[in-house]
Design a protein around this ligand. Structure first.
Ligand code: ADE
Ligand code: ZN
Length: 356
Protein backbone atom coordinates (compact mmCIF):
# COMPACT_ATOMS: atom_id res chain seq x y z
CA UNK A 1 0.00 0.00 0.00
CA UNK A 2 2.72 2.44 0.99
CA UNK A 3 4.73 1.42 -2.03
CA UNK A 4 1.77 2.12 -4.35
CA UNK A 5 1.23 5.57 -2.80
CA UNK A 6 4.88 6.45 -3.20
CA UNK A 7 4.83 5.24 -6.80
CA UNK A 8 1.75 7.38 -7.51
CA UNK A 9 3.36 10.42 -5.95
CA UNK A 10 6.52 9.88 -8.00
CA UNK A 11 4.40 9.51 -11.14
CA UNK A 12 2.49 12.70 -10.45
CA UNK A 13 5.73 14.61 -9.84
CA UNK A 14 7.25 13.26 -13.08
CA UNK A 15 4.12 14.22 -15.03
CA UNK A 16 4.11 17.70 -13.54
CA UNK A 17 7.75 18.26 -14.33
CA UNK A 18 7.25 17.06 -17.94
CA UNK A 19 4.33 19.48 -18.26
CA UNK A 20 6.38 22.33 -16.78
CA UNK A 21 9.00 21.67 -19.43
CA UNK A 22 6.43 21.41 -22.21
CA UNK A 23 4.92 24.74 -21.15
CA UNK A 24 8.38 26.32 -20.94
CA UNK A 25 9.13 25.26 -24.52
CA UNK A 26 5.78 26.39 -25.93
CA UNK A 27 5.48 29.67 -27.83
CA UNK A 28 3.55 32.05 -25.60
CA UNK A 29 2.20 35.56 -25.15
CA UNK A 30 2.80 37.80 -22.17
CA UNK A 31 0.05 40.37 -21.61
CA UNK A 32 0.83 41.80 -18.18
CA UNK A 33 4.37 43.02 -17.62
CA UNK A 34 5.35 46.41 -16.18
CA UNK A 35 8.62 47.22 -17.88
CA UNK A 36 9.82 49.08 -14.76
CA UNK A 37 9.15 45.85 -12.86
CA UNK A 38 11.71 44.03 -15.00
CA UNK A 39 14.58 46.13 -13.61
CA UNK A 40 16.86 43.63 -11.91
CA UNK A 41 18.88 44.85 -8.88
CA UNK A 42 22.12 44.52 -10.88
CA UNK A 43 20.81 46.89 -13.55
CA UNK A 44 19.40 49.28 -10.94
CA UNK A 45 22.88 49.59 -9.44
CA UNK A 46 24.58 49.91 -12.85
CA UNK A 47 22.19 52.69 -13.92
CA UNK A 48 22.49 54.44 -10.54
CA UNK A 49 26.25 54.56 -11.03
CA UNK A 50 25.96 55.68 -14.66
CA UNK A 51 23.56 58.50 -13.72
CA UNK A 52 24.96 59.47 -10.31
CA UNK A 53 21.74 58.57 -8.53
CA UNK A 54 22.01 57.74 -4.82
CA UNK A 55 20.04 54.69 -3.69
CA UNK A 56 18.75 53.98 -0.17
CA UNK A 57 20.54 50.58 -0.24
CA UNK A 58 24.30 50.21 -0.27
CA UNK A 59 24.51 46.88 -2.12
CA UNK A 60 22.65 44.65 -4.54
CA UNK A 61 22.21 42.12 -1.73
CA UNK A 62 20.74 44.73 0.63
CA UNK A 63 18.28 45.82 -2.06
CA UNK A 64 17.26 42.24 -2.82
CA UNK A 65 16.84 41.55 0.89
CA UNK A 66 14.25 44.34 1.01
CA UNK A 67 12.03 42.41 -1.41
CA UNK A 68 9.85 40.97 1.37
CA UNK A 69 6.46 42.47 0.70
CA UNK A 70 3.36 42.45 2.87
CA UNK A 71 0.93 43.98 0.37
CA UNK A 72 0.80 45.94 -2.89
CA UNK A 73 1.82 49.27 -1.34
CA UNK A 74 4.90 47.82 0.37
CA UNK A 75 6.04 46.66 -3.06
CA UNK A 76 5.16 49.88 -4.91
CA UNK A 77 7.30 51.96 -2.53
CA UNK A 78 10.40 49.97 -3.49
CA UNK A 79 9.40 49.68 -7.17
CA UNK A 80 9.14 53.47 -7.58
CA UNK A 81 12.50 53.94 -5.79
CA UNK A 82 14.07 51.43 -8.21
CA UNK A 83 12.66 53.29 -11.23
CA UNK A 84 14.35 56.52 -10.07
CA UNK A 85 17.61 55.44 -11.77
CA UNK A 86 16.03 55.74 -15.24
CA UNK A 87 16.93 59.05 -16.85
CA UNK A 88 18.07 58.72 -20.47
CA UNK A 89 16.72 57.14 -23.63
CA UNK A 90 19.55 54.59 -23.40
CA UNK A 91 18.44 53.64 -19.86
CA UNK A 92 14.96 52.81 -21.12
CA UNK A 93 16.49 50.91 -24.03
CA UNK A 94 18.76 48.87 -21.74
CA UNK A 95 15.94 48.01 -19.33
CA UNK A 96 13.64 46.94 -22.15
CA UNK A 97 16.30 44.93 -23.97
CA UNK A 98 17.14 43.07 -20.74
CA UNK A 99 13.45 42.12 -20.42
CA UNK A 100 13.30 41.05 -24.09
CA UNK A 101 16.29 38.72 -23.57
CA UNK A 102 14.44 37.04 -20.68
CA UNK A 103 11.21 36.87 -22.65
CA UNK A 104 12.96 35.30 -25.66
CA UNK A 105 14.62 32.76 -23.34
CA UNK A 106 11.13 31.84 -22.06
CA UNK A 107 9.83 31.40 -25.64
CA UNK A 108 7.59 34.46 -25.47
CA UNK A 109 6.77 35.32 -29.07
CA UNK A 110 4.42 38.25 -28.39
CA UNK A 111 4.44 40.67 -25.46
CA UNK A 112 2.23 43.60 -24.48
CA UNK A 113 4.15 45.89 -22.17
CA UNK A 114 2.96 48.47 -19.62
CA UNK A 115 4.94 51.58 -18.80
CA UNK A 116 4.25 54.28 -16.20
CA UNK A 117 5.11 57.69 -17.74
CA UNK A 118 4.14 59.69 -14.64
CA UNK A 119 6.84 57.93 -12.61
CA UNK A 120 9.38 59.47 -14.97
CA UNK A 121 7.85 62.81 -16.00
CA UNK A 122 7.55 63.87 -12.36
CA UNK A 123 11.36 63.49 -12.17
CA UNK A 124 11.82 65.71 -15.23
CA UNK A 125 12.22 62.95 -17.84
CA UNK A 126 10.34 63.75 -21.06
CA UNK A 127 7.64 61.24 -22.02
CA UNK A 128 9.18 61.07 -25.50
CA UNK A 129 12.50 59.90 -23.97
CA UNK A 130 10.69 57.06 -22.20
CA UNK A 131 8.76 55.85 -25.24
CA UNK A 132 11.68 56.28 -27.67
CA UNK A 133 14.01 54.10 -25.58
CA UNK A 134 11.44 51.37 -24.98
CA UNK A 135 10.31 51.33 -28.61
CA UNK A 136 13.85 51.16 -30.00
CA UNK A 137 14.56 48.05 -27.93
CA UNK A 138 11.27 46.48 -28.99
CA UNK A 139 12.10 47.13 -32.65
CA UNK A 140 15.45 45.36 -32.17
CA UNK A 141 13.77 42.44 -30.36
CA UNK A 142 11.22 42.13 -33.14
CA UNK A 143 14.06 41.28 -35.54
CA UNK A 144 14.72 38.30 -33.25
CA UNK A 145 11.15 37.00 -33.27
CA UNK A 146 9.48 38.87 -30.41
CA UNK A 147 6.54 41.04 -31.53
CA UNK A 148 5.13 43.61 -29.13
CA UNK A 149 2.63 46.31 -28.20
CA UNK A 150 2.95 49.12 -25.68
CA UNK A 151 0.31 50.26 -23.18
CA UNK A 152 0.58 53.57 -21.32
CA UNK A 153 -0.63 53.23 -17.72
CA UNK A 154 -2.01 56.00 -15.54
CA UNK A 155 -1.02 55.92 -11.88
CA UNK A 156 -4.28 55.69 -9.95
CA UNK A 157 -2.83 57.15 -6.71
CA UNK A 158 -2.39 60.44 -8.60
CA UNK A 159 -5.25 62.75 -9.56
CA UNK A 160 -7.60 62.58 -12.52
CA UNK A 161 -6.18 65.96 -13.62
CA UNK A 162 -2.67 64.46 -13.70
CA UNK A 163 -3.91 61.55 -15.83
CA UNK A 164 -5.68 63.94 -18.23
CA UNK A 165 -2.53 66.08 -18.57
CA UNK A 166 -0.41 62.96 -19.15
CA UNK A 167 -2.81 61.81 -21.85
CA UNK A 168 -2.62 65.23 -23.56
CA UNK A 169 1.18 65.08 -23.54
CA UNK A 170 1.09 61.55 -24.96
CA UNK A 171 -1.41 62.23 -27.77
CA UNK A 172 1.21 62.85 -30.49
CA UNK A 173 3.06 59.67 -29.51
CA UNK A 174 0.08 57.46 -30.34
CA UNK A 175 0.36 58.67 -33.93
CA UNK A 176 4.16 58.37 -34.02
CA UNK A 177 4.63 54.91 -32.46
CA UNK A 178 2.64 52.09 -34.07
CA UNK A 179 3.33 49.83 -31.08
CA UNK A 180 1.66 52.24 -28.66
CA UNK A 181 -1.90 51.00 -28.89
CA UNK A 182 -3.59 51.40 -25.53
CA UNK A 183 -3.95 52.78 -22.04
CA UNK A 184 -4.12 51.06 -18.67
CA UNK A 185 -4.51 51.82 -14.97
CA UNK A 186 -2.15 50.66 -12.24
CA UNK A 187 -0.55 51.50 -8.85
CA UNK A 188 -2.29 51.59 -5.43
CA UNK A 189 -5.71 50.03 -5.94
CA UNK A 190 -7.46 50.41 -2.59
CA UNK A 191 -9.26 53.76 -2.33
CA UNK A 192 -8.70 54.55 -6.01
CA UNK A 193 -11.60 52.99 -7.92
CA UNK A 194 -11.69 52.91 -11.71
CA UNK A 195 -14.54 55.49 -11.67
CA UNK A 196 -11.92 58.15 -10.83
CA UNK A 197 -10.56 57.76 -14.38
CA UNK A 198 -13.78 57.46 -16.37
CA UNK A 199 -13.21 60.65 -18.36
CA UNK A 200 -9.63 59.96 -19.44
CA UNK A 201 -10.62 56.45 -20.53
CA UNK A 202 -13.52 57.98 -22.46
CA UNK A 203 -11.03 60.15 -24.36
CA UNK A 204 -8.78 57.16 -25.06
CA UNK A 205 -11.76 55.16 -26.29
CA UNK A 206 -12.72 58.02 -28.62
CA UNK A 207 -9.24 57.73 -30.15
CA UNK A 208 -9.81 54.03 -30.79
CA UNK A 209 -7.21 52.89 -28.27
CA UNK A 210 -7.31 49.53 -26.48
CA UNK A 211 -8.27 49.76 -22.82
CA UNK A 212 -7.16 47.72 -19.81
CA UNK A 213 -7.16 48.31 -16.06
CA UNK A 214 -5.87 46.63 -12.93
CA UNK A 215 -8.94 45.66 -10.92
CA UNK A 216 -9.70 43.04 -8.33
CA UNK A 217 -6.05 42.49 -7.38
CA UNK A 218 -6.50 43.80 -3.84
CA UNK A 219 -9.68 45.75 -4.57
CA UNK A 220 -13.21 44.30 -4.38
CA UNK A 221 -15.32 42.87 -7.24
CA UNK A 222 -17.10 46.25 -7.49
CA UNK A 223 -13.86 47.64 -8.96
CA UNK A 224 -14.02 45.00 -11.70
CA UNK A 225 -17.62 45.99 -12.48
CA UNK A 226 -16.46 49.63 -12.70
CA UNK A 227 -13.60 48.69 -15.03
CA UNK A 228 -16.06 46.87 -17.29
CA UNK A 229 -19.02 49.25 -17.12
CA UNK A 230 -17.40 52.69 -16.71
CA UNK A 231 -13.97 52.31 -18.31
CA UNK A 232 -15.23 49.71 -20.81
CA UNK A 233 -12.00 47.77 -20.72
CA UNK A 234 -11.04 45.09 -23.24
CA UNK A 235 -9.16 43.07 -20.57
CA UNK A 236 -8.95 43.09 -16.78
CA UNK A 237 -5.49 42.97 -15.20
CA UNK A 238 -5.42 40.49 -12.29
CA UNK A 239 -9.18 40.26 -11.58
CA UNK A 240 -8.57 37.33 -9.24
CA UNK A 241 -11.07 38.60 -6.67
CA UNK A 242 -13.86 38.15 -9.25
CA UNK A 243 -14.28 34.66 -7.79
CA UNK A 244 -16.07 36.28 -4.81
CA UNK A 245 -19.02 37.25 -7.06
CA UNK A 246 -20.72 34.41 -8.96
CA UNK A 247 -22.61 36.74 -11.33
CA UNK A 248 -19.36 38.49 -12.23
CA UNK A 249 -17.62 35.19 -12.96
CA UNK A 250 -20.50 34.18 -15.24
CA UNK A 251 -20.33 37.54 -17.00
CA UNK A 252 -16.56 37.26 -17.54
CA UNK A 253 -16.95 33.73 -18.87
CA UNK A 254 -19.84 34.66 -21.19
CA UNK A 255 -18.20 37.79 -22.60
CA UNK A 256 -14.71 36.24 -22.77
CA UNK A 257 -13.18 39.41 -21.31
CA UNK A 258 -9.79 38.00 -20.36
CA UNK A 259 -8.01 38.23 -17.01
CA UNK A 260 -4.25 38.76 -17.10
CA UNK A 261 -3.34 36.79 -14.00
CA UNK A 262 0.11 36.96 -12.36
CA UNK A 263 0.48 34.05 -9.92
CA UNK A 264 3.90 34.80 -8.38
CA UNK A 265 2.90 38.44 -7.92
CA UNK A 266 -0.25 37.42 -6.08
CA UNK A 267 1.58 35.23 -3.58
CA UNK A 268 4.51 37.67 -3.13
CA UNK A 269 2.02 40.49 -2.40
CA UNK A 270 0.03 38.27 -0.04
CA UNK A 271 -3.17 38.29 -2.09
CA UNK A 272 -3.10 34.53 -1.43
CA UNK A 273 -1.33 32.81 1.47
CA UNK A 274 0.30 30.31 -0.88
CA UNK A 275 0.01 29.10 -4.46
CA UNK A 276 -2.36 26.24 -3.61
CA UNK A 277 -4.90 28.93 -2.58
CA UNK A 278 -4.75 30.67 -5.97
CA UNK A 279 -8.14 31.10 -7.71
CA UNK A 280 -6.76 30.66 -11.23
CA UNK A 281 -7.93 27.07 -11.66
CA UNK A 282 -11.36 27.78 -10.19
CA UNK A 283 -11.79 30.64 -12.69
CA UNK A 284 -10.55 28.46 -15.54
CA UNK A 285 -13.00 25.70 -14.55
CA UNK A 286 -15.83 28.24 -14.79
CA UNK A 287 -14.85 29.20 -18.33
CA UNK A 288 -13.08 32.50 -17.64
CA UNK A 289 -10.38 33.40 -20.19
CA UNK A 290 -7.45 33.29 -17.79
CA UNK A 291 -3.92 34.10 -18.99
CA UNK A 292 -0.59 33.75 -17.13
CA UNK A 293 1.93 36.59 -16.89
CA UNK A 294 4.83 37.86 -14.78
CA UNK A 295 3.73 41.41 -13.68
CA UNK A 296 7.05 42.60 -12.13
CA UNK A 297 9.38 39.63 -12.63
CA UNK A 298 12.51 41.21 -11.17
CA UNK A 299 10.68 41.67 -7.87
CA UNK A 300 8.53 38.55 -7.64
CA UNK A 301 11.00 35.77 -8.22
CA UNK A 302 10.56 34.81 -11.83
CA UNK A 303 9.67 35.49 -15.43
CA UNK A 304 6.71 34.00 -17.24
CA UNK A 305 7.90 30.39 -17.33
CA UNK A 306 8.37 30.42 -13.54
CA UNK A 307 4.75 31.52 -13.25
CA UNK A 308 3.65 28.54 -15.36
CA UNK A 309 5.78 26.26 -13.21
CA UNK A 310 4.25 27.58 -10.00
CA UNK A 311 0.64 27.02 -11.05
CA UNK A 312 1.22 23.67 -12.78
CA UNK A 313 2.81 22.32 -9.60
CA UNK A 314 0.57 23.93 -6.97
CA UNK A 315 -2.76 23.64 -8.77
CA UNK A 316 -1.99 20.30 -10.41
CA UNK A 317 -3.03 21.50 -13.86
CA UNK A 318 -3.27 19.00 -16.69
CA UNK A 319 -2.02 19.34 -20.25
CA UNK A 320 -5.37 20.53 -21.66
CA UNK A 321 -5.63 23.23 -19.00
CA UNK A 322 -2.13 24.50 -19.74
CA UNK A 323 -2.87 24.51 -23.47
CA UNK A 324 -6.05 26.52 -22.81
CA UNK A 325 -4.12 29.12 -20.81
CA UNK A 326 -1.43 29.39 -23.50
CA UNK A 327 -4.07 29.73 -26.19
CA UNK A 328 -5.99 32.33 -24.13
CA UNK A 329 -2.83 34.46 -24.19
CA UNK A 330 -3.02 34.66 -27.97
CA UNK A 331 -6.81 34.96 -28.07
CA UNK A 332 -6.69 37.94 -25.69
CA UNK A 333 -3.77 39.75 -27.32
CA UNK A 334 -4.25 42.96 -29.31
CA UNK A 335 -2.98 41.58 -32.61
CA UNK A 336 -4.82 41.39 -35.94
CA UNK A 337 -7.01 38.32 -36.66
CA UNK A 338 -4.40 37.11 -39.17
CA UNK A 339 -1.56 37.46 -36.66
CA UNK A 340 -3.67 35.68 -34.02
CA UNK A 341 -4.36 32.75 -36.33
CA UNK A 342 -0.64 32.44 -37.12
CA UNK A 343 0.31 32.54 -33.42
CA UNK A 344 -2.27 29.89 -32.52
CA UNK A 345 -1.12 27.67 -35.41
CA UNK A 346 2.43 27.95 -34.06
CA UNK A 347 1.25 26.92 -30.59
CA UNK A 348 -0.77 24.01 -31.97
CA UNK A 349 2.19 22.73 -33.99
CA UNK A 350 4.34 22.89 -30.87
CA UNK A 351 1.68 21.20 -28.72
CA UNK A 352 0.99 18.54 -31.35
CA UNK A 353 -2.61 19.54 -31.84
CA UNK A 354 -4.60 20.14 -34.99
CA UNK A 355 -5.64 23.81 -35.09
CA UNK A 356 -9.38 24.03 -34.44
N1 ADE B 1 2.50 48.54 -10.82
C1 ADE B 1 3.45 47.60 -10.99
N2 ADE B 1 3.01 46.42 -10.57
C2 ADE B 1 1.74 46.59 -10.14
C3 ADE B 1 0.75 45.76 -9.60
N3 ADE B 1 0.95 44.45 -9.40
N4 ADE B 1 -0.43 46.30 -9.24
C4 ADE B 1 -0.66 47.60 -9.42
N5 ADE B 1 0.24 48.44 -9.93
C5 ADE B 1 1.43 47.95 -10.29
ZN1 ZN C 1 0.41 44.71 -12.80
Amino acid sequence: MTITTTANTDNAAANASALVEKAANAPKAELHIHIEGSLEPELIFALAQRNNVTLAYDSIEALRAAYAFTDLQSFLDIYYAGASVLLTEQDFYDMTMAYCERALADNVVHTEIFFDPQTHTERGVAIETVVAGIDRALADAEKRGLTSKLILCFLRHLSEADALATFEAARPLFARYARLIGVGLDSSERGHPPSKFERVFEQARAMGLKLVAHAGEEGPPSYIYEALDLLKVDRVDHGVRSIEDAALVTRLADTRVALTVCPLSNTKLCVFDDMTQHTLKALLDKGVAVTVNSDDPAYFGGYVNENYRAIIEALKLDSDEVYTILRNGFEASFVTPEERAALIAKLDANWNRATA
